[in-house]
Design a protein around this ligand. Structure first.
Ligand code: AMP
Length: 669
């Protein structure tokens, strides 16, 4: 098919000729004739580089009435760059047609854009945030819009523009054509198609989505010797995990499962050396959720058809990429979300690229959680459990007078602090010793690959080429990673690709962004409003050399505690004292943030001591709840406490391995 045959105006054909476009690309061939028709709701699964801009741009400029003064065509896209690019492309295609095209995006003077719109415009290319702003100021009328193009719909939703898109689509007339382009089709994009389109024509270019879009593929780069420790952290970071760990050999499967079980995790192996009866038994236990983690070989796990698996952990990558597809496909079944986590050593990132290419999926690089992150998760889990615990009045009645006498001198707040510290100290001590497990790329690997360079981290833990910023608001201000990303992109007009790691803490946050935008980011984001909270932002200084170097932090681990502009003045723990020191403007109710360990020296006598090193030494930290052994609250009986205290034996050994705490996983009796 030629462009002539497709039905474009002669003026458009002329500019295409000048551009050297000889024949339509596949998506253009399929989309253009349809989009030139009367009713043309359309979904195009296509990535950048397929010619999608012309696929919607050519019919758009052909269909539009070039004498219109209020917008007939509306193109919405996620970033300023794309916005400018699309507007420029449309202008080039429409060179011989008199069409007013205006690009509106954040980070620049809105009044100039308002003036341009006022002058009369047929097509508006906009980022969602700025368009919403214009709608709210009544500076744009969408009442004549006949065509709405949603470009890179998945990326817009990733960036948290869901509400804006809904709102924009609601502001346009009911009878319009919606043309949606997206590289992938997650549920949210499908929802938009369903809500705002009438029987859309669907075109998928390049590939069928082989990989299940509900699976997040994340890889972690670790040193070979740290594989096992890294797996443990991933499990500890996901206390509710119901997961499969894949190993390459029977031997490795047996070793990993055995080590995990010894350390109190609810894990068992599944491999070919086991008798059929054993395998059936293990499978049954896993199926009934009596077992939380199954460590398996590819062959043994064949035919394992279980819903609700939350995580697949690839202890090693399989030799065969096909097997990776099978492994990861064990999670995210029946429309659920799931994660496939992959541990690679510093020489294996090429394998990730090979899988990405073959599966047509994208991996993100994860950071093995650091002590603080795991502690927070575990502590919150514990606190949740405490809050939800049934109080058996009758059973505890006889102990209560003694217990109450013990606490007599402590206020409620102090009791809570002691309780929190009792666990927190235990967590933190174990993980502190463990250090940072994230490894850098080896030189020959991914070499000049842009992505790998972006992810290299400097000695201060910040990605090469990136600047780290402190943001004055955090989770308790309603901030989440998507929200922050969107806020920054909106305020600055940057693309999400320019923004790196985001760490949302309870009352403040951090993010990284390309160095060259640092000044603009500070200027444009400072003083902005995020859902009623004023945002102040500063460039963080490189981490000071202070005593936390043993924790490394190559993964950009949360450096909040050290060397940041004097705000997190140095306790020895580096980042451990989260949010200490008056970070919040209102003076920081510290008890809310970050569970600071008081340090044994500071504690009053009579406090609960964390349990001794004996158990930790054997396997380190065992998280509470889930399938795992209790591990905590074991009174040490040390000299600090008066006798008659609250004594409870934290079990050790296999007998109580499956002790549970009323969480979803049940203990087999
Ligand atoms: P896009 O899908 O917008 O990312 O387009 C990718 C690149 O292909 C852009 O540089 C377009 O100018 C170019 N392009 C689009 N359609 C054609 C065509 N039919 N022939 C040659 N180049 C094209």
């Amino acid at each position: 098919m030629t462009f002539e045959e497709i039905g474009l105006k002669s003026e458009v054909l002329k500019s295409l000729k000048e551009l050297g476009f000889e024949a339509p690309t596949p998506i253009q061939e399929q989309a253009i004739p349809y989009l030139l028709g009367e009713h043309s709701d359309f979904v195009g699964l296509a990535q950048t580089g397929t010619g999608k801009t012309a696929a919607f741009g050519l019919p758009l400029i052909t269909n539009i009435d070039n004498h219109a003064t209020v917008p007939q065509g509306l193109v919405i896209c996620p970033t300023r760059e794309l916005c400018l690019q699309i507007a420029k492309d449309l202008e080039t295609y429409a060179k011989y047609l008199k069409i007013n095209i205006v690009a509106v995006y954040g980070g620049t003077d809105i009044r100039r854009q308002m003036t341009e719109i006022k002058k009369g415009v047929s097509i508006v290319v906009a980022t969602p945030g700025r368009l919403m702003d214009l709608i709210q100021r009544r500076a744009i009328s969408l009442s004549n819009v006949e065509y709405v193009v949603l470009d890179e719909a998945d990326e817009m939703l990733n960036m948290g523009f869901k509400e804006d898109i809904d709102s924009i689509l609601e502001s346009t007339p009911e009878h319009k054509n919606v043309w949606l382009f997206s590289a992938t089709m997650p549920a949210e994009v499908a929802r938009i198609a369903k809500t705002y389109m009438d029987n859309p024509f669907e075109v998928s270019i390049g590939h069928k989505n082989q990989s299940n879009e509900n699976i997040d593929h994340i890889y972690y780069q670790v040193k070979e010797k740290d594989r096992y420790a890294a797996v443990k952290r991933l499990i500890d970071f996901n206390p509710e995990i119901y997961g499969l760990i894949f190993c390459r050999t029977r031997q490795e499967t047996a070793t990993v499962a055995e080590k995990l079980a010894k350390e109190g995790y609810s894990a068992e192996p599944l491999h070919g050396d086991l008798s059929q009866a054993m395998r059936d038994r293990v499978m049954d236990r896993f199926r009934s959720k009596d077992l939380q983690i199954l460590v398996a070989t590819d062959v043994a796990a064949r035919g394992l058809d279980i819903d609700n698996i939350t995580h697949v952990i690839n202890y090693n990558l399989p030799d065969d990429i096909e097997n990776y597809t099978h492994r990861s496909g064990r999670t995210a079944r029946a429309g659920k979300k799931g994660e496939s986590l992959v541990l690679i050593n510093t020489r294996e990132s090429g394998k990730i690229r090979a899988i990405e290419k073959q599966m047509r999926t994208t991996f993100t690089q994860g950071t093995i959680p650091n002590a603080e992150e795991i502690c927070e998760i575990q502590l919150m889990k514990l606190i949740n459990k405490v809050i939800k615990t049934d109080v058996r009045e009758k059973d505890i009645q006889k102990f209560m007078p003694t217990v109450m006498a013990e606490f007599e001198d402590l206020s409620k707040e102090e009791v809570i602090k002691h309780f929190v510290s009792a666990e927190f100290n235990r967590f933190i001590e174990y993980y502190e010793r463990a250090g940072d497990l994230n490894a850098q790329n080896s030189k020959d690997d991914r070499g000049s690959d842009e992505r790998s360079n972006r992810r290299d981290r400097k000695s201060d833990g910040i990605e090469t080429g990136k600047t780290r910023f402190f943001v004055s608001i955090g989770r308790r201000d309603g901030l989440n990673p998507g929200g922050l990303l969107r806020h920054i992109c909106d305020a600055t007009g940057l693309k999400s690709a320019n923004i790196g790691r985001i760490d949302i803490m309870t009352s403040f946050s951090f993010f990284e962004a390309d160095d060259q935008y640092a000044t603009d980011i500070v200027r444009q984001v400072n003083g902005t409003d995020y859902e009623g909270h004023e945002v102040s932002i500063e460039v963080t200084k490189a981490k000071s050399g202070g005593g936390s170097s043993h924790r490394g932090g190559g993964g950009g681990g949360r450096k909040d505690g050290s060397g940041f502009g004097g705000k997190f003045q140095g306790n020895r723990d580096g980042g451990q004292r989260r949010e200490g020191g008056g970070q919040r403007r209102e003076g920081g109710s510290r008890s809310e943030g970050g569970f600071r360990s008081e340090g044994s020296g500071q504690r009053r006598e009579g406090g609960f001591r964390g349990e001794g090193g004996g158990q930790r030494r054997e396997g380190g930290f065992r998280s509470e709840g889930g399938f795992k052994k209790e591990g905590g609250f074991k009174k040490e009986g040390g000299g600090q406490r008066r006798e008659g205290g609250f004594k409870r034996e934290g079990g050790s050994g296999a007998s109580d391995r499956n002790t549970t705490f009323g969480k979803p996983f049940k203990k087999k009796s």
